[in-house]
Design a protein around this ligand. Structure first.
Ligand code: GMT
Length: 374
């Protein structure tokens, strides 16, 4: 199939999922055309089935805000027409679903019909999308999509609860490439960070408020009082300075390292003992899945789709958002050498349920269904 994939090209989960999906589809023989404003971060190789089309955003002194959505819709029209695409798959509703709707209408006037699938990822629904400044357009463009998928049952339910969506939503969970995300031997790295055999805690996020990174710091601070430990923080974002200050205030800065945005996060996860995801809301928790694939147990909240991934008492534990005390207690339980090996093995077993080889056929079947009904 010739498929156009529209996504955010950044480190964020939706962009990562879209890019990994495109790469896996290309390996399966589909022709994949990425349409984004810059080269997707995870688009780290090319083969004969992968194509990249950059959206041209022309600015003009009159524009306080360059109209990205119009440039994107125009690029979609151009690529669908000239590359003879059979399907557009847009990731993250805002503004991709409405831009795709506009492209579809334009193409209709030229007697071309292009089915559009919108995949909802999380904050496009739970945080940004339901804000009155976007809600009518988000509702309309979801309903106008030919197919809609969500990355968890919880996100599907949230969508029906907060929007007047009548379209059927298929749940296709996020996935992981277990050939890339696996525990690698990185003893030298572990020794450099934890020279005295300290336990290593890892957190990865975009440091936005919804991630509650301050809870990571508080949990780590409590853990440290009970056992020697180090904390690695991967990623960057608006809360980073506040978090650095909190580490200094709590006098734990010397035992924490801020690594910034990393490409090879699997190398860090390979030496980790525990992953902490205390998010207020999380539609799926791709970063936790990446950790599990590297045999790292998870301390997370029970928010959103996290219980669909992290099995309480098996691959880690679930707590109410903000319950630092409970998360600390659970973390100490997992880090106990009597329990750690079992949790590590369970984490990997669970991650196997989300292997790309299991999830990719679900997308392929869904594509076929949508194309056939058009
Ligand atoms: O987590 C973020 O803030 C980034 C966001 C995104 O769209 O890139 O992530 C969302 O999509 C990911 C991929 O489907 C999910 O794994 C994340 O759970 C989801 N984030 C939230 O729901 C907060």
């Amino acid at each position: 199939m010739k498929i156009g994939i529209v996504c955010y090209p950044t480190f964020g989960g939706s962009g990562v999922v879209a890019t990994e999906l495109g790469k896996a589809l290309a390996k399966n023989g589909h022709k994949i055309h990425f349409i984004t404003y810059s080269q997707p971060t995870r688009l780290d190789f090319f083969n004969e089935n992968l194509f990249y089309h950059e959206v041209d955003i022309r600015t003009y002194p009159l524009f306080q805000y360059p109209p990205y959505e119009l440039a994107l819709a125009s690029k979609m029209v151009d690529v669908v027409k000239h590359e003879h695409l059979e399907l557009l798959h847009v990731h993250y509703a805002i503004p991709h679903a409405s831009a795709a709707y506009m492209a579809k209408q334009i193409l209709n006037t030229q007697n071309l019909d292009i089915p559009v699938i919108t995949t909802l990822h999380g904050t496009d629904i739970t945080l940004v999308g339901k804000d009155p400044s976007y809600e009518p357009v988000v509702t309309f463009s979801i309903n106008q999509s030919d197919g809609v998928t969500a990355v968890s049952e919880d996100l599907k339910n949230d969508t029906y609860q907060h929007f007047d969506v009548t379209k059927e939503i298929a749940v296709i969970p996020n996935f992981i490439d277990l050939d890339r995300f696996k525990r690698q031997k990185k003893d030298h790295f572990k020794k450099a960070i934890c020279p005295h055999g300290e336990k290593l805690i890892v957190h990865t996020s975009n440091f936005r408020k919804v991630k509650r990174v301050d809870d990571v710091i508080k949990i780590f601070c409590h853990i440290q009082r009970k056992m020697p430990a180090k904390l690695l923080l991967v990623g960057d974002g608006p809360e980073r300075t506040n978090i650095e200050n909190l580490c200094r205030e709590l006098d734990i800065y010397d035992n924490t390292r801020f690594l910034g945005k990393l490409d090879a996060v699997e190398e860090v996860l390979s030496v980790a003992d525990l992953f902490v995801m205390p998010s207020e809301k999380e539609s799926f928790g791709l970063a936790a899945l990446e950790a599990m694939a590297c045999q790292v147990p998870i301390i997370s909240t029970n928010a959103g789709g996290l219980p669909e991934l992290n099995v309480n008492g098996v691959t880690g534990f679930l707590s109410t958002p903000g319950d630092v005390e409970d998360m600390t207690k659970n973390a100490l339980y997992i880090l106990d050498e009597k329990n750690l090996p079992t949790f590590k093995a369970n984490a990997l077993e669970r991650a196997k349920d989300f292997d790309v080889t299991a999830v990719l056929p679900r997308y392929e079947e869904y594509y076929q269904e949508i194309v056939n009904q058009n």
